[in-house]
Design a protein around this ligand. Structure first.
Ligand SMILES: Cc1cc2nc3c(=O)[nH]c(=O)nc-3n(C[C@H](O)[C@H](O)[C@H](O)COP(=O)(O)O)c2cc1C
Length: 357
């Protein structure tokens, strides 16, 4: 049976279908529960949440499902270059964005460069909650954290954008590895080399990992239906992780406009840009991603998100949606479903028809 894999065994789930965590509030308890209740693995992207919010959200999750689920954090949630970031550089980047602010008729924000990392405090509540799965991106947690997860029975999942990153994760003894292909929506979670030097597609990455590592593999990026799931499993993945396909469902917290964009012709043109957040991520192309090229310095993550925040809000209020970042993977063209349970049923049925015939 296609649906019995090392991952279903490891996580105690029925189908090797994972809802990708989507930080910044996109993945909700409703979405997570709908996926876990359908036999997959629902996830909460929690990297922007303070510990109290994680505990609170977890309480809500518990009222909606008693099945296994995943909580996801970012190992690196603040760029190192933010320490002692020069005021002159800050002024330069602000000047770069001033024309957009002027066009919207709003003042540039005052920015405080002191942004502490939340990660270690978030991990403390993770140990309290003990989700079945803890997935993470942008690095590898310390040995102490991984050991504690193993002691508490929390399965650990790291993300690799290259074979070298997968080898490093295997060396650290994580339980599973996400092969994060460049098709994927959202940030590119590279940690050994810069993201723009770590651009491997999902199909190649699955096969590279399959050849060189023993750790179970979760394929992510560009998978939106049963055909994609069957292909990834055939190439050696033990499970798949879908993000964009869940972003358009009623249960996700994406705005109605964002969902409409994902069903529009505009999704034909996604780009990898760092100009909206300071870290490279895949989104529908927009004026800022087009006009501020990759070579142009912007603020480190997450300071750039604080520069873009007021601009985004004003652009939204004034209907200037070409200045807004709408996250999207490369395969939104194939999206059909807006209800999570219908999407899950279709994914399982279609994979079943292909792999069990
Ligand atoms: C809006 C958005 C936010 C995301 N945030 C996270 C995150 O916080 N942590 C993470 O591990 N992956 C994150 N991802 C990646 C997804 O979990 C998933 O791996 C990816 O979307 C799969 O590719 P696809 O979009 O082509 O399906 C995000 C993706 C999107 C679209």
């Amino acid at each position: 049976m296609w649906n019995h894999t090392r991952i279903t065994e490891l996580f105690g789930i029925k189908y090797p279908v994972l809802q990708g965590p989507m930080g910044g509030g996109f993945s909700t308890p409703e979405l997570l529960a709908a996926v876990s209740n359908a036999g997959g693995l629902g996830s909460l992207g929690a990297y922007t949440l303070i510990p109290e919010q994680i505990l609170e959200t977890n309480k809500i999750i518990k009222t909606k499902t008693d099945k296994p689920y995943n909580i996801n954090l970012w190992i690196s949630d603040v760029d190192e270059s933010l320490t002692d970031y020069p005021v002159e550089s800050l002024q330069k980047v602000k000047a770069l964005f001033k024309p957009y602010y002027d066009e919207l008729g709003i003042p540039l924000p005052d920015l405080d460069i002191k942004i502490p990392s939340k990660f270690l405090k978030q991990v403390e509540v993770l140990f309290e909650i003990r989700p079945k799965v803890f997935s993470f991106i942008f690095g590898i947690p310390s040995k102490e954290i991984l050991d504690e997860c193993h002691r508490l029975g929390i399965k650990t999942v790291g993300a690799a954008t290259t074979l070298d990153e997968a080898l490093a994760l295997e060396e650290a003894n994580v339980d599973a590895i996400v092969a994060a292909g460049f098709e994927a929506g959202g940030h590119r979670p590279s940690f050994l080399k810069p993201a723009n030097e770590s651009l491997t597609g999902t199909f190649s990455l699955i096969q590279q990992l399959k050849a060189k590592i023993k750790t179970p593999i979760i394929a992510a990026g560009g998978i939106a239906d049963g055909k994609g799931i069957a292909a990834a499993l055939t190439l050696g993945a033990d499970a798949v992780q879908l993000g964009t396909a869940f972003l358009v469902t009623d249960e996700s917290n994406a705005t109605p406009l964002h969902k409409a964009k994902l069903f529009s012709e505009e999704t034909k043109y996604t780009v990898l840009s760092k100009s909206l957040t300071g870290r490279m991520g895949r989104m529908i192309r927009n004026r800022i991603s087009e006009e501020i090229k990759f070579e142009t310095p912007v603020l480190p993550f997450p300071l750039q998100t604080r520069l873009i925040g007021p601009l985004r809000e004003a652009a939204m209020a004034q209907g200037k949606t070409d200045m807004i970042n709408f996250w999207s993977g490369q395969n939104a063209v194939n999206l059909k479903y807006t209800k999570t349970d219908e999407l899950m049923t279709a994914l399982i049925l279609e994979t079943d028809q292909i792999l069990n015939r």
